[in-house]
Design a protein around this ligand. Structure first.
Ligand code: F6R
Length: 331
């Protein structure tokens, strides 16, 4: 499992090698990104990247559901992302988007979606097979950014991905060591984990939560400032238990983010919760997002190892997937 994360540099290199392979001809009203779990977080990342780019004007809408909102139509560009290609919720949105004649792009490694997209001649990027979906984050994310850039809807350029490659190469060992410290910190304190961060790092908080859920098999709470200052902080006045452990994730170049996390820090400190602060490395937002993701991925795997748990296996997801046809019905 560790190797899948340490293979992120190769994933970036692979994505660079196919840059420009696939384009769409549409000036979309909306860019819609659908997917679940590890594939679903790609939408969050693209949204975060797009919303921090002054020049990018097309709204991004994320769907993590079997239901495609009624306002999505043929004027929209819809990315269908499922690593396995078989996730039922995503198959539902895919078939519904086809019915509504949306412009479609499929990102997958295999399964129904790969077969069907090939058959129908739908733009498709096939990513590396046989790894855990959640660990294919760079390849799936860069596949979306590749198609957007090639189609004149640039959020991230090829040059920036080159910079990312250099950055990851230089920082892989540092990320590994920092991740081991984070895992030790969480393991030694054993409180329920709180991931506290500030906007625009929501995507990273959700991703981190999912990684500790799936790899370490623990529940996680997220506090994202400034929104958490309007609700969660009241919850911290009188929780049922005081057994919590805090991971604060901060962009050190974001002066407001720093101040707002300092405010949260005082609240956790008053409660005497153990706190570890992570300052994200990286020059650009894409680098910070990927560095943070690598850190949390590796830390969650290490935490599983410390607990004697298999990080790869996700029994309850398999159980859900074996029943989901009965719950949702055929697409
Ligand atoms: C497993 C994982 C899950 C899956 C999710 C959807 O590694 O990350 O969250 O991503 O169950 O499956 P796919 O990605 O195959 O559509």
């Amino acid at each position: 499992m560790e190797d899948y994360y340490l293979g992120w540099l190769e994933q970036v290199e692979k994505a660079l090698s196919i840059w420009g392979c696939c384009r769409v001809d549409i000036e979309p009203r909306l860019i819609v990104i659908t997917g679940m779990g590890g594939s679903g977080c790609i939408g969050d990342y693209v949204y975060a990247l797009a919303s921090t780019r002054k020049y990018f004007k097309c709204p991004i809408f994320i769907v993590k559901s079997h239901k495609l909102p009624s306002f999505i139509n043929e004027k929209d560009l819809v990315f269908i992302i499922s690593y396995s290609g078989n996730t039922l919720e995503t198959r539902h949105t895919y078939l519904e988007a086809l019915r509504r004649k949306c412009s479609l792009v499929v990102i997958t490694s295999n399964g129904f979606l790969e077969r069907d997209a090939k058959q129908k001649n739908i733009p498709l990027i096939t990513v590396t097979r046989g790894i855990a979906p959640r660990t294919a984050l760079p390849e799936m994310l860069l596949a979306v950014l590749n198609i957007l850039d090639t189609s004149g809807l640039t959020i991230v350029s090829r040059d920036e991905v080159e910079d990312l490659r250099r950055f990851l190469k230089e920082n892989m060992a540092k990320a590994y060591n920092e991740a081991m410290e984070i895992a030790q910190f969480i393991y030694s304190n054993k409180g329920t984990l709180i991931i506290a961060t500030h906007t625009p790092l929501e995507a990273l908080a959700i991703r981190g939560k999912n990684e500790f859920n799936e790899n370490s098999k623990i529940p996680v709470k997220i506090d994202v400032a400034p929104e958490c200052a309007h609700n969660d902080i009241v919850g911290w006045e009188n929780p049922f238990t005081d057994k919590w452990t805090v991971l604060e994730i901060v962009d050190p170049r974001d002066s407001i983010g720093l101040k707002i996390i300092d405010f949260m820090d005082k609240i956790y400190r008053e409660k005497r919760y153990p706190i570890k602060k992570i300052l994200l490395k990286g020059e650009y937002f894409l680098q910070k997002l990927l560095y943070g993701s690598l850190l949390l991925g590796l830390a969650s795997v290490k935490l599983a190892r410390l607990r004697g748990i298999n990080p790869l296996e996700t029994k309850n997801i398999s159980k859900y997937k074996s029943r989901v046809h009965d719950i949702l019905g055929q697409p």
